[in-house]
Design a protein around this ligand. Sequence first.
Ligand code: GSH
Length: 252
Amino acid sequence: MRHLLNVLNSVRASTARRWRGSMTRTGRVQPAEPLRLFDCEGDAACRLVREALTELDLDAIILPCPDGGHRYANELENLSGSRTPPFLIDLDTDREAQGAEAILTYLFEHYADRPVPAALTASSANLAQSARASRIRGNAGRTVRRSQPARQLLTLYSFESSPYSRPVRERLCELELGYRLINLGKQQLADVGPAKLHLTLKPYRPLPGTKRAAFFARHGNVQVPYLEDPNTDTALFESADILAYLDRAYGG
Ligand SMILES: N[C@@H](CCC(=O)N[C@@H](CS)C(=O)NCC(=O)O)C(=O)O
């Protein structure tokens, strides 16, 4: 029951940001080296960057920098002179960008060849909506919790507005666990809906040649969140089970 309320509250947060970070393009070629994003899940500016990553169908290594954290924040300070995310590194182009506005401009220029769409810019209206989403979430994913470090990065399949995935990303951030974020944004009407009720009358099929299609070939459906942890050889569906696992394996 508590988890259901958490997910319903997460739906409200996605609604506050008008469900940006849901739909994505097809045909994106990922950079050879994944983007690296110093991020704080509960931060308004960072949310805008993650929405853009979903909509551009870009994956990234997420290096969580919650308030009071040190595991990645020290590296962030060395690189950027500040402990405040977001900060993006693109090893493919040797470019770095600090702050949502610079990052969004870079991502859209380089990966989409167009200006940032109005609904995703770091405008005061979008930042205010995003801050509202964080408040709705009670600022979850904002402040560090005691945790044990992980030797290797975890992998999370998600997309930004996913109400079930958000609590998992919040916990990964609070526990300062770095992870490969694989974005499985929606690319057609049939992708819409919960995993057990895709919006189609025919058997569900993702668009061919996409990351969704690769996921479908492995698992027989598309459902996020899905977590892989190479440190313990664990792979899990179900947001409640993933949260319990993270607390058990890494909670301090
Ligand atoms: N009971 C699952 C529900 C997961 C779920 O339905 N996730 C949605 C996204 S929020 C999904 O995978 N939808 C299907 C899709 O995106 O193709 C959980 O708690 O993780």
